[in-house]
Design a protein around this ligand. Structure first.
Ligand code: MLT
Length: 231
């Protein structure tokens, strides 16, 4: 199995992969996996707030979620804290979500192969889903154009589940830092410290709650992309 890890959104080496794995551990992909796990029918990633509002008019039974500067967007139903995504709030609903980095990465890489959303919460489920594939593209969403510790760490933890894997330098680096303790890494990361400063420390702990969701990008009747469960 070969794996190319982009520590930041950048140009992949190949034009297509067996699977594209998007990581935004704090917090977009954690929330997407949580929403699917809690019974959301679908999670629609939107690249902007106006796009999210347009989708709300098209997608039936939909609620709006997401953040800017980590805070809930005015007029939206939910923010981007994992604990907000419960059976009561998202069960049986379509969730439209827009976040600063994560949902943009989904849009950018969807042409490179089937896309899944991964975080620390569901990395074992994604491992089970991908372990027999040959060629993975792992994209760390990063934060405002900078490498983020928590995404790199998540990529490394995922890669460490495999025995043999051909890696680029990004992957080797990710494996190296994946030895550390998860809560320590998340707390130390720049975005983790920011979340703590604004009173969202619990979101860091919530990011470690495991689930078995495999959110895979699909297309609806209107040709709009959404994440639905693979099983
Ligand atoms: C992002 O997409 O940049 C994040 O999910 C930001 C956050 O909500 O913490």
């Amino acid at each position: 199995m070969r794996s190319e890890v982009l520590l930041l959104p950048s140009k992949p080496r190949l034009d297509s992969y067996d699977l594209v794995i998007i990581i935004d551990t704090l917090r977009a992909t954690t929330v997407i996996s949580r929403a699917i796990h809690e019974g959301a029918m679908a999670v629609y990633p939107a690249i902007s707030i106006p796009r999210a509002r347009i989708l709300k008019k098209i997608v039936p039974n939909a609620i709006l979620a997401g953040e800017r500067k980590a805070f809930k967007i005015k007029g939206f139903d939910l923010g981007n804290s994992p604990s907000e995504f419960t059976k009561e709030s998202v069960g049986g609903k379509n969730v439209i979500i827009t976040t600063t980095n994560g949902t943009k990465a989904v849009e950018r890489y969807k042409g490179y192969g089937p896309v899944v959303a991964m975080a620390l919460s569901n990395l074992r489920a994604i491992y089970d889903y991908s372990k027999n594939l040959n060629n993975l593209l792992i994209v760390c969403a990063g934060s405002h154009g900078e490498v983020s510790l928590e995404d790199t760490y998540t990529a490394g933890r995922f890669l460490n589940l495999f025995d043999m894997v051909g890696l680029n330098d990004g992957g080797i680096l990710a494996r190296e830092i994946a030895m550390g303790d998860s809560i320590k890494v998340l707390k130390t990361s720049r975005h983790g410290r920011y979340l703590s400063e604004i009173g969202m420390y619990l979101d860091i702990e919530e990011s470690l709650v495991e689930n078995d969701a495999v959110p895979i990008l699909k297309t609806d009747v209107n040709n709009i992309n959404f994440f639905g469960g693979a099983r």
